[in-house]
Design a protein around this ligand. Structure first.
Ligand SMILES: [Zn+2]
Length: 350
């Protein structure tokens, strides 16, 4: 789909909507206003408060927003039907414009993404890592799981498989980097970030690497934030979009395995890998256009601060007016990252 086709379709959608009662052009070519079908709009039948326009997202999308009742979303077949617009061509376009996965979309958008894949083979030396993961997941981990969750079982194997030369343009001492790569390969399992550019390693049995988690960046030119996104189908014109963010990668996998149905296409699941929830939410909105979603933050119960409402009210303040944000924590344990652990869900709203 090229820009011309998008422009043509945008104009066709506008033309159809402009035929409805009290619809009007605005001073902005990319925006019109119509009467809102959700709240019935003003009593004065000549006024209209529902703005329909091209959204400020990487993916081309036409959104709506009522200034009166705050209803908002992405224009879809259902939306057009509310205005008695039954145009097959527009419906086909709107469906085609819906891209099934974030991953696919990123490749077509401005976000830089590496085209790397997870190797098929499980090496003998990595059997203990499979055992480790199987115990965390509380089930036998398969090759399919490695691909689904973008798990780098063996760093050396991954680098060779994808022809990555880490040593080409690095400021780090080459010997040091080589030692580090060997150590990650021998003792850690990694998870690939959404842009396939940062691997977050979980230390299983290294004494050399002091940290439990450490990150390896592949391409130094990328400026994307560290963000892990669970690979799944997402309906970008969902009427009930959900953004689910958990503190760590094992937590978000735990949330997916426990609570997410296989055919769920309404939710995006991600983790900022211990970093900022705010940055993660911003990046997801940028990629999906989910400006009207319910947001769930699965937080750790490490310290009192972690589940403190004041802290999250402050941290998420820019989103609170427009998003329905729920904090979720496990009252029985620290988090959601251990599938064998019992959980007792507690929630509160911001
Ligand atoms: Zn309204």
């Amino acid at each position: 789909m090229n820009n011309n086709e998008q422009l043509l379709m945008k104009n066709k959608i506008f033309d159809e909507l402009l035929k409805t009662k009290s619809a009007a052009k605005t001073s902005n070519d990319n925006q019109i206003k119509i009467r809102c079908k959700f709240c019935g709009d003003s009593r004065n039948q000549d006024h209209s408060h529902m703005y329909v326009g091209v959204m400020n997202t990487q993916q081309f999308m036409i959104g709506y927003h009522c200034k009166k009742c705050q209803s908002s979303g992405v224009v879809s077949k259902d939306f057009l039907e509310m205005y008695d617009i039954k145009n097959v061509e527009l419906n086909v376009f709107l469906k085609k414009n819906r891209i099934s996965t974030i991953i696919k979309k990123n490749i077509n958008s401005n976000t830089l993404v590496n085209n790397y894949n997870i190797p098929d083979e499980i090496l003998q030396e990595d059997k203990f890592k499979i055992d480790y993961l199987s115990s965390r997941f509380n089930r036998k981990i398969t090759k399919d799981d490695l691909k689904q969750y973008k798990i780098v079982l063996n760093l050396n194997q991954f680098l060779k498989f994808n022809n990555i030369n880490l040593y080409r343009d690095t400021n780090t001492n080459k010997m040091e980097l080589k030692t580090l790569v060997e150590e990650y390969t021998k003792t850690c399992v990694g998870f690939l970030s959404f842009d396939n550019n940062i691997i977050q390693f979980r230390n299983i049995n290294s004494n050399v690497i002091r940290y439990k988690y450490s990150n390896l960046q592949i391409n130094k030119d990328f400026k994307n934030p560290l963000l892990y996104v669970v690979k799944k189908n997402i309906d970008l014109i969902s009427r009930k979009p959900k953004i689910i963010i958990a503190e760590g990668i094992f937590d978000i996998i735990g949330v997916k395995e426990r609570f997410c149905l296989d055919d769920d296409v309404d939710s995006v699941l991600c983790s900022p890998c211990g970093k900022s929830f705010k940055v993660a939410l911003n990046q997801i909105i940028k990629m999906t256009g989910f400006v009207d979603s319910d947001v769930f933050l699965y937080v750790d119960k490490d310290t009192n601060r972690d589940i403190d409402k004041g802290f999250f009210n402050n941290h998420m303040s820019q989103f609170i007016p427009n998003f329905n944000i729920t904090i979720v924590y496990n009252d029985k344990g620290k988090d959601f990252g251990e599938m064998s652990e019992e959980i007792d869900i507690k929630t509160y709203k911001l």
